[in-house]
Design a protein around this ligand. Structure first.
Ligand code: RFL
Ligand code: PHB
Length: 389
C-alpha cells in the first residue's frame, strides 16, 4: 500500500444516504466541519430507489433546515390512506383525525436535494471510496480509512458518525447487542410508467398476501407485493406481477387492476426488524439504518434516519462548541425510546396486513383487527397518529 493521505475534521461521517447527508448539513449550520465518506459513486447513490413517504415531523425537520424546497414544490401531500380487506375499501382520514399529513416524495429526491445543498455550501463528500473502516473509537483520536486507486486515506476526527446503513462498518465497530426479528417474506417492489389509478395509498390485506399501491408522480406508480423470501425476480415476469396485483386489490369479489405501464425498476427486499443497543460507543455514534431497521409497512425507515440526526447534530455541536457533554452522552437513550415506538408500529402494521402461512385463526384475528381499526375513531386515530409521525 502506498502513502497515507491524512486529513482532519471534527466529525467523520460514513454514508451519503439521508442520515449522513442531513447530519453533515445540520452540523455545517452549527459551524461544525465534517467529511462524508461514501462507498458508492454519486450516480449510484442518487439512482437508488427506496422510500417514498415523508412524515409530517420529518418534513418539518427538512424545512427548518432549509432543504424543504423540493419537497414543498414537487412532493404530493396526502391526507388519508386506504385499507382494503375482505373486498372492501376503508379510508383512514389522517388529516381529519390528527391535523397532520404525509408527503409522497421519493428518497432519491431527498438525497439529491441534500447532496446539491452540501456541494453548494462547499461540503466535503467523498464518493466512490469503497467500504471505509473505523478505528480507535474508544480513544481520543478516532479515524476513518479508505483506499482509492491504491492510495490509502485516513481522516482523523473528534467524532465518527456511522450513517452507513445495515451493511456498513458502523455496526461492526460499535459491537452492539442486536435485538431483531426476521419475517418469513419479502416485498417485490416495482416502478411503472403508469398514471396511478388512486389518489391515496392503498394497503391491501388479501388471503394471497399483502399488496401496496403507492406513487411517485402523476405519471409514475410504485407498487409492492408480498412474496416468499426465497423468490427471485425471474419468478415474477410482468404479466404475473400485474395479474397478482389485480387479485390482491380485489373489490367486491372482482379483480381490480392498477393502471399498467412499462416496469422500469424492480427489486426484492426481505422484511426485517433490528435495533442494535446502545447506539453509541466512545466517540462513535450510529444513526439511520446503521442503528435500526424497520419493515417498510409503516413507511418509517427514512423518517427515523432524519429524526436520529436531528437529535445527534445539536448534541455533537454542543459538545464540540461548548464542551457540553450531556446531550451527546444521552443520545442513545433519548433516541431509542422513539425508535422502539416506531419498531412497534411497523411490526403492528406488518402483522396486521401480511399473510402468515395457512393459520386460519391468525387470518380471522387480522380481519377482526382491521374491522376494529376502521370501525373505531379511537383505533383509526391511533393508526393515523403513528403514521403521520
Ligand atoms: P442508506 O440510505 O442505506 O445510506 C447508507 C449509505 O452508506 C453507504 N455505505 C458506506 N459508505 C462508506 N463506508 C462503508 N463501509 C459503507 N457501507 C455502506 C451506502 O452505500 C449508502 O449510500 O441509510 P440511511 O441514510 O440510514 O437511510 C435509511 C433509508 O435509506 C431507509 O430506512 C429507507 O429507505 C427505508 N424505507 C422507507 N423509509 C421511509 O421512511 N418511508 C418509506 O416509504 C420507505 N419505504 C424503505 C421503503 C426501504 C425499502 N427497502 C428497499 C428496504 C421501501 C423499501 C422497499
Ligand atoms: C413507497 O411509496 O415506496 C412506500 C409507501 C408506503 C410504504 C412503503 C413504501 O409503507
Amino acid at each position: 500500500m502506498s502513502e497515507v493521505v491524512a486529513e482532519r475534521t471534527q466529525v467523520a461521517i460514513l454514508g451519503a444516504g439521508p442520515a449522513g447527508l442531513l447530519l453533515s448539513h445540520l452540523l455545517h449550520q452549527e459551524g461544525i466541519d465534517s467529511v462524508v465518506v461514501e462507498a458508492r459513486d454519486q450516480e449510484y447513490v442518487q439512482a437508488r430507489v427506496r422510500a417514498g413517504v415523508v412524515e409530517h415531523g420529518a418534513a418539518d425537520i427538512l424545512r427548518d433546515a432549509g432543504v424543504g424546497e423540493g419537497l414543498d414544490r414537487d412532493g404530493i401531500p396526502h391526507e388519508g390512506i386506504e385499507l382494503r380487506f375482505d373486498g372492501e375499501s376503508h379510508r383512514i382520514p389522517m388529516s381529519d383525525l390528527t391535523g397532520r399529513h404525509i408527503t409522497v416524495y421519493g428518497q432519491q429526491k431527498v438525497v439529491r436535494d441534500l447532496t446539491e445543498r452540501r456541494l453548494a455550501d462547499g461540503g466535503k463528500i467523498r464518493f466512490a471510496c469503497g467500504p471505509a473502516q473505523i478505528h480507535d473509537v474508544d480513544g481520543d483520536e478516532p479515524s476513518v480509512t479508505y483506499t482509492v486507486d491504491g492510495r490509502r486515506h485516513r481522516i482523523v476526527a473528534d467524532f465518527v458518525a456511522g450513517c452507513d446503513g445495515a451493511h456498513g462498518s458502523g455496526r461492526t465497530a460499535l459491537g452492539a447487542t442486536p435485538v431483531e426479528k426476521v419475517y418469513p417474506f419479502a416485498w417485490l417492489g416495482i416502478l411503472a410508467r403508469a398514471a396511478p389509478r388512486i389518489e391515496e395509498l392503498v394497503y391491501a390485506n388479501h388471503e394471497r398476501g399483502f399488496a401496496l399501491y403507492s406513487m411517485r408522480s402523476a405519471e409514475v406508480s410504485r407498487l409492492y407485493l408480498q412474496v416468499p423470501a426465497s423468490d427471485r425476480l425471474e419468478d415474477w415476469p410482468d404479466e404475473r406481477i400485474w395479474s397478482e396485483l389485480a387479485v390482491r386489490f380485489s373489490l367486491g369479489g372482482e379483480p381490480w387492476e392498477p393502471t399498467r405501464g412499462e416496469i422500469f425498476e424492480r427489486s426484492i427486499a426481505p422484511l426485517h426488524s433490528y435495533v442494535g443497543e446502545p447506539l453509541q460507543r466512545g466517540r462513535l455514534f450510529l444513526a439511520g439504518d446503521a442503528a435500526h431497521i424497520v419493515p417498510p409497512t409503516g413507511a418509517k425507515g427514512m423518517n427515523l434516519a432524519i429524526r436520529d440526526v436531528s437529535i445527534l447534530a445539536p448534541a455533537l455541536a454542543a459538545q464540540l462548541r461548548h464542551g457540553y457533554e450531556h446531550d451527546l452522552r444521552s443520545y442513545s437513550a433519548r433516541t431509542l425510546d422513539h425508535v422502539w415506538r416506531v419498531e412497534y408500529f411497523s411490526w403492528w402494521m406488518t402483522t396486521m396486513l401480511h399473510r402468515f402461512g395457512e393459520d386460519a385463526f391468525n387470518r380471522r384475528v387480522q380481519i377482526a383487527q382491521l374491522r376494529s381499526v376502521v370501525g373505531s375513531r379511537a383505533h383509526s386515530t391511533a393508526l393515523a397518529e403513528a403514521y403521520v409521525g
